[in-house]
Design a binder for this molecule. Structure first.
Ligand code: GLY
Ligand code: MN
Ligand code: MN
Length: 434
């Protein structure tokens, strides 16, 4: 826990705000069924600004001229509740732990915030969240508008998530270190799966191997549902059933990454269950790998994701034509979007606290945001050839391959944060052999 990092982020946000009150609600426990709940996961923007892990909490930033203050509302200590659901930090310990102007019990939220809203023109909030706490705050604004004694009340509502997500685009050293930790664990997990894959094994057994490593190495959860797709299942992009049994000559596509201290990793590897790629598998694999390496090489400050997307479509289409999977002129195939049948998704996405980090891709004028040092993006080209695709040579049918790494943009160009996870045919076959 590095309180200075969070304080710096809050100060930057306050600088960006005009006079007004900002409210950020923590995540809420979600019901799974009847009276059981999903594992709790903190709301990303809230966590980014204060690093507090508990539910039923809220952060309030107040700006008025030169005066700025930050208030945290936490669950009060309660012996009975703590007996059932675990320790709470409580108001006093939160005051000690955080460099904040005020800490209150969440029970005081309505009254304290109502006072802060008086004589402010703007309310900053997560405009699109259905969290009831935002409804409460908007209701308070409504009361103030109707209250004849209060002169000014917030009638301008501004989406605070856009401001925070723009800040989240550039990762600081603290964040890059945590993504690096997540990737060190994810590397071990992928290698463990490569070693334990065999014909006759279930996909979910490899899922268990991977998630066993995550937790043994201190990652509390996955960053997303683990995909273990044998053979033709790899051609279902978000396959999470993971319940088939591997055949002798299957490839297995594993898209899995742990979340470590709230930071995601997102890695895909595709390897042979037998430990050795067949000739056609190897041909497609090396084509995708060649494109992935060339796209990574393109990354440097000033380049845009759109340029990577265009080049990945061009090079993958050229590769498909060379293999005889697509027939015709490359330009015409791209023009008519024929290549989308085999490469239907994007080249990558921002990565951070969320696996699909919701940072902007375009600026306020609709122009692509060029890469700058500190941005982290996945690079994940893939080729998917369904088993029932009678238009491609038989030897390629049923092959689905994606290769995904996590890349940091640096001053000089790029750093592959997932370097070292077996990727070439030789490296993968060596790990598979154990
Ligand atoms: N694992 C999700 C993705 O690759 O986008
Ligand atoms: Mn991804
Ligand atoms: Mn992925």
């Amino acid at each position: 826990m590095n309180e200075t990092v969070y304080k710096q982020r809050r100060d930057r946000l306050l600088e960006m705000m005009n006079d007004g009150v900002a409210v950020l609600s923590a995540a809420r426990l979600q019901t799974r069924s009847n009276d059981t709940e999903h594992p709790f996961r903190q709301e990303s923007n809230f966590y980014y600004l204060c690093g507090f892990e508990e539910d039923n909490s809220a952060l309030v930033l107040v700006k008025s001229g030169d005066i700025a203050k930050v208030l945290l509302f936490v669950q009060p200590k309660d012996e009975t509740m703590e007996l059932w659901t675990g320790k709470r930090t409580g108001v006093d310990a939160a005051k000690e732990r955080f460099d904040l102007d005020e800490v209150h019990s969440i029970e005081a939220f309505e009254n304290v915030v109502r006072e802060e809203l008086k004589n402010k023109k703007r309310l900053y909030l997560d405009l699109f969240s259905e969290d009831p706490r935002y409804g409460v705050v908007k209701q308070q604004c409504r009361h103030l508008v109707h209250d004849r004694s209060s002169t000014v009340s917030p009638r301008t509502f501004i989406d605070i998530t856009e401001m925070i997500q723009t800040m989240r685009l550039i990762k600081d050293g603290h964040e890059i270190a945590l993504i690096g930790e997540a990737l060190a664990i994810t590397k071990e997990a992928h290698h463990a799966a490569m070693r334990s894959a065999h014909p006759g094994v279930h996909e979910f057994t490899l899922q268990a191997d991977i998630e066993y490593v995550f937790r043994h190495r201190g990652a509390h959860s996955n960053a997303y549902m683990t995909i273990v797709a044998g053979g033709n299942n790899a051609n279902t992009l978000h396959y999470i059933n993971n319940s088939d049994v591997f055949g002798e000559e299957d490839l297995v596509l594993i898209d899995a990454g742990c979340e470590y201290k709230m930071y995601a990793s997102d890695i895909t590897r595709t390897f042979p269950v037998s430990g050795t790629y067949t000739r056609p598998q190897r041909e497609v694999y090396e084509m995708v790998l060649d494109v992935q390496l060339r796209i990574i090489e393109m990354i440097r400050p000033g380049v845009t994701k759109k340029e990577l997307q265009q080049m990945s479509e061009l090079w993958l289409t050229e590769g498909l034509v060379k293999l005889g999977i697509l027939k015709g002129e490359v330009d015409a195939l791209i023009e008519t979007k024929k290549h989308k049948q085999y490469y239907p998704h994007g080249i990558g996405h921002w990565l951070g606290i969320d696996v699909h980090d919701p940072c902007p891709y375009v600026d306020g004028n609709g122009n692509e945001i060029p890469f700058a040092p500190g941005m982290v993006m996945t690079i994940e080209p893939g080729i998917y050839i369904r088993a029932d695709d009678m238009e491609v040579p038989e030897r390629y049918r049923g092959i689905g391959i994606r290769i995904e790494d996590n890349i940091l943009v640096t001053q000089e160009g790029r750093e592959n944060l997932s370097e070292g996870i077996a990727k070439s045919v030789e490296e993968i076959e060596a790990v598979c052999r154990g």
